[in-house]
Design a protein around this ligand. Structure first.
Ligand code: SF4
Ligand code: SF4
Length: 428
């Protein structure tokens, strides 16, 4: 989970995926909201019986958030463990004295996002960041790694490798810069250019490996970004962190982002859909809300024409889901469920009315509704979910279509978990 206690950041990186999210620069996490967030962590612990795996503190620049140490200490000081692992994501551009913020805390990871020198406004800024990097490495209780965003075809990976080696850093988080939903950012690499970018990224990872630097791919790339043989190389050379990045970010996983005003969104790039943290009891509930309101609408990617027939399309989100235009305007799962329930109810009463009245118009309306039901079910992301099959079984039972009832009964058993519904054991 990502917490954004502050929206202010002095770096203004041209590829930044949080540019729109950070519009309201003055928003910071108040102590009152921080305590509300901690209360959520306690609820989460109580309900799930375990701490949140990891909490990433991001921004904006978290090292400019004056209550940073207070917040971490308050979470760490709880009687029960609330968070397994803390990581502070910094851009490194802050007054060095702010490192005192971290004086009394320990067991925290830091990921310093380092750009190439030419991206910063001045040499002075770059030098300040490098000085802060050294100071963080020297500080007790912090484990420091580097982050690097690839935002152009002519990226200079050698520069970041040289810095990592100079400071003895052996872990590097990389990301292919993501878009912001609904915004065209010319300062990032677009999917049409991925064919050209992919071999360069592969060579870069190989070079990191040769220099004993472990690479983790953050954010997701399309399944077709790397070739099979490149993926084979990652496996052979134990670069699991790269393979983990080749997955979907639109299937209920991916991050959860919490703004300073405690609004929860899937990610800063998709933050037009957000809900108040106060409504949730656990991280699972949040994932469920994201699944219903965002991932459900996503469907399958349309990054390239070949996506329409690609065998990976149900498990690939075509890289960052924010590339898919207009999908957030579609209906969410609750809209679809409401529509299905309405159609089921209407058809059950149409069926029984028709038995009494023998009316052709009623029958025609019944058939029309059945067509819509079939269409909706066919387009559900998981049409073979046992719960859906069971509901269809119940529906056809009520409208006395025994052929279909039997069909869904069998499907229900075939797809597993049916004993819960039919009160029998499928196996010993
Ligand atoms: S669905 Fe599209 S983006 Fe994903 S692997 Fe297939 S072709 Fe590539
Ligand atoms: S939606 Fe997923 S891929 Fe896109 S920026 Fe957010 S985490 Fe990265």
């Amino acid at each position: 989970m990502n917490l954004f206690p502050i929206k202010r950041c002095p770096n203004h990186c041209p590829y930044c995926l949080a540019q729109k999210f950070m519009d309201k620069k003055n928003e910071t996490l108040s102590r009152e909201n921080a305590l509300e967030f901690i209360a959520f962590l306690r609820r989460n612990r109580k309900i799930t019986g375990k701490p949140l795996n990891e909490l990433n503190i991001m921004g904006g620049e978290p090292m400019l958030y004056k209550d940073l140490a207070w917040l971490i200490k308050k979470i760490q000081g709880n009687r029960n463990l609330l968070v397994g692992r803390f990581t502070i994501f910094t851009g490194g551009n802050f007054p060095m004295k702010n490192l005192e913020l971290l004086d009394e805390i320990s067991d925290v990871d830091v990921c310093l996002n380092l750009n190439e020198k030419k991206i910063y406004h001045s040499d002075k800024v770059y030098k300040r960041i490098i000085a802060n990097l050294q100071a963080m490495i020297d500080k007790k209780g912090l484990r420091v790694g580097l982050g690097y965003n690839i935002a152009s075809l002519d990226f200079n990976g050698d520069e970041i490798i040289a810095t990592a080696k100079k400071f003895g850093i052996d872990s590097l988080r990389i990301a292919i810069a993501s878009p912001i939903y609904g915004v065209d950012n010319p300062n990032i690499v677009h999917p049409e250019q991925y064919k050209e970018l992919s071999p360069k990224v592969f060579q870069f990872v190989k070079k990191c490996h040769a220099n004993s630097i472990d690479v983790n791919l953050d954010c997701t790339v399309p399944y077709c970004f790397f070739t099979d043989s490149q993926c084979g190389w990652f496996t052979k050379h134990n670069q699991r962190g790269m393979l983990n990045g080749i997955r979907s970010c639109a299937c209920g996983f991916g991050p959860l982002c919490i703004s300073p005003t405690l609004q929860v969104s899937k990610c800063t790039v998709l933050d037009e859909i957000s809900t108040s943290l106060k409504l949730f009891s656990s991280a699972y509930e949040m994932y469920d809300a994201v699944l219903n309101s965002i991932d459900y609408k996503f469907g399958t990617p349309d990054l390239y024409p070949k996506c329409a027939t690609c065998p990976h399309r149900t498990r690939c989100s075509g890289g960052c889901p924010a590339w898919k235009k207009g999908f957030l305007d579609g209906p969410d799962r609750n809209d679809i469920t409401d529509k299905l329930v309405r159609l089921f109810e209407e058809n059950i009463s149409l069926y029984w009315d028709n038995i009494e009245k023998k009316d052709d118009a009623l029958h025609a309306k019944f058939l029309e509704n059945e067509k819509s039901i079939r269409e909706i079910v066919k387009n559900l992301p998981e049409p073979n979910d046992t719960r859906i099959l069971y509901v269809l079984y119940l529906y056809y039972n009520r409208v006395r279509n025994y052929k279909k009832r039997k069909y869904y009964y069998r499907k229900c058993i075939h797809h597993g978990g049916a004993e819960e519904f039919f009160n029998f054991k499928t196996k010993d």
